[in-house]
Design a binder for this molecule. Structure first.
Ligand code: ADP
Length: 460
């Protein structure tokens, strides 16, 4: 039989844990005694059966006594289960005393080898019934030996033995009391711990719920913000487009020839409209990425297509600042490359624009070629400059939306801090990564590393 099932048979359910413990202990003792009684019944039964005609009265007596003990054990077991552990225990102690009394010669019981056996019911009474019950059991044992001594010729009640019973009862009482006190303390501590765990769990549950609610609110706010930015950007693009259109018509002379002053003003209008349009486009891209509405459309393209109009668009800015700009496309690059050409061009323009914007002397190098040895199946677009460089502590931060380096060089230049964050998100949508190597005062190199493979269409 499994140990668990065996334990379940021995256990008695009770509202009081002390009572349950005592009742279980009693069942264990009962079981032990039942096994002993059965063995005695078997042995004495066999011996009695073999002496059919002249059975030994002592063996027969032992047989009958064992039978009676087994019956009493079953009775105690039933009472323990169905009624009361205390009553069953008291009966058990009495039964044990009776068995000890009957199991040996009266003289041995009164003052001989069996007298020490009375310590067993005394000890059991203290553990099973109540600590003070040890004294009751000691009294019972003393009464038994007294009665038996009075019935034996020449015997007087053995006072030292009875004193011994009392001393043993005292020890049992003290031990059982200490045990119960310790158990009660332990239970009180357990209860307190349980209560504390329950309180903490409740607090955690409430904090979690609060956090979940705050998260929901944040997500909702984020969604509203993205929708708002997207809507405003859309609305701004239309009038900006109109301004650009009219400026182009003015430049084309449709509204007459412009004086130098007017031409100068028109140039400023065009430059600022262009800047504004860039900001609006960045805002729109960021909102689309956040809303998961930006898609990547891969197609085969020649690497030259990436840098095609770079010279004419941003190259002019470099020239105005007196910066050298070199563009190199390495020959060993496999062709065609695969990717979203327009978005890759946007990434390269963004990085080059930054390099020009923040560099005052020196030059800008743009390289499109195989990635370094750590990335054998990747190609790279690299933009290096001889600008102010970016400190190590700022290198991660500048890729987060709306974050710029807090220094005078950055403050001098217009920008909202979205360019690099869009670059990073676009490149990640293409399964690539952006790396930055930079040292203050020595310039920066931004590298976009992308896989050669044929990428799938992706949505953010
Ligand atoms: P913006 O250019 O609008 O400020 P970006 O996201 O493109 O926004 O760049 C974030 C910040 O990173 C910039 O404000 C600047 O401080 C820093 N930065 C970007 N590129 C460079 C560069 N090539 N050299 C030095 N600092 C740079």
């Amino acid at each position: 039989m499994e140990l668990g099932a065996f334990r379940r048979i021995l256990e008695v359910s009770s509202g009081d844990p002390d009572d349950a413990r005592r009742r279980q202990l009693l069942n264990i003792l009962i079981l032990g005694l039942a096994v002993l009684s059965l063995l005695t019944i078997l042995i004495t039964g066999a011996v009695t059966a073999s002496q059919m005609r002249h059975p030994d009265p002592a063996v027969l007596m032992a047989f009958l006594l064992s039978l009676a003990a087994l019956a009493a054990i079953v009775m105690v077991f039933v009472i323990n289960y169905l009624w009361s552990g205390r009553i069953a225990s008291a009966l058990f102690v009495v039964m044990l005393t009776v068995i000890i009394t009957m199991a040996d010669e009266p003289s041995e019981v009164v003052n001989g080898r069996s007298v020490f056996l009375f310590t067993i019911p005394i000890l059991m009474a203290s553990v099973l019934v109540r600590p003070w019950a040890a004294f009751a059991a000691a009294g019972l044992s003393s009464a038994v030996v007294t009665i038996m001594a009075l019935r034996l010729p020449g015997y007087i009640p053995p006072a030292p033995t009875m004193l011994g019973f009392c001393a043993f009862a005292l020890i049992s009482w003290l031990s059982a009391r200490s045990l119960e006190d310790a158990l009660n303390e332990l239970r009180a501590m357990n209860r307190e711990l349980d209560q504390r765990v329950e309180n903490r769990t409740q607090e955690l549950r409430e904090a979690n719920e609060e956090l979940a609610r705050a998260n929901d609110r944040l997500r909702e706010l984020d969604r509203l913000k993205s929708r708002f930015v997207s809507m405003v950007s859309h609305e701004l693009r239309t009038p900006l487009g109109a301004i650009q259109g009219f400026a182009e018509m003015l430049r084309a002379g449709i509204y007459g020839t412009l004086s130098d002053k007017q031409d100068n003003a028109l140039h400023r209008i065009e430059r600022n409209t262009h800047r504004l349009l860039n900001i609006v486009n960045d805002l729109l891209d960021q909102a689309r990425i956040e809303a998961g509405e930006l898609s990547i459309h891969p197609e085969p393209f020649a690497p030259e297509a990436l840098v095609e109009d770079l010279e004419t668009t941003v190259g002019v800015l470099a020239e105005q600042k007196g910066l050298d700009m070199t563009i190199a496309i390495e020959d060993d690059l496999p062709r065609p490359l695969y990717g979203d050409r327009d978005r890759l061009h946007q990434v390269l323009v963004n990085l080059t624009n930054n390099a020009i914007k923040f560099t005052d002397t020196g030059g800008i190098q743009i390289r499109v070629g195989r990635a370094d040895g750590d990335h054998p199946s990747h190609w790279a677009m690299e933009v290096s400059d001889t600008g102010p460089g970016i400190s190590e502590k700022d290198q991660d931060m500048i890729f987060t939306p709306f974050r710029r380096v807090d220094d005078s060089i950055t403050r001098e230049h217009m920008g909202v801090g979205l360019g690099l964050s869009i670059v990073k998100q676009l490149v990640e949508l293409m399964d690539g990564e952006v790396t930055l190597e930079s040292k203050l005062g020595e310039g920066s190199t931004f590298a976009v590393i992308l896989p050669f493979g044929h990428p799938q269409r992706r949505d953010s």
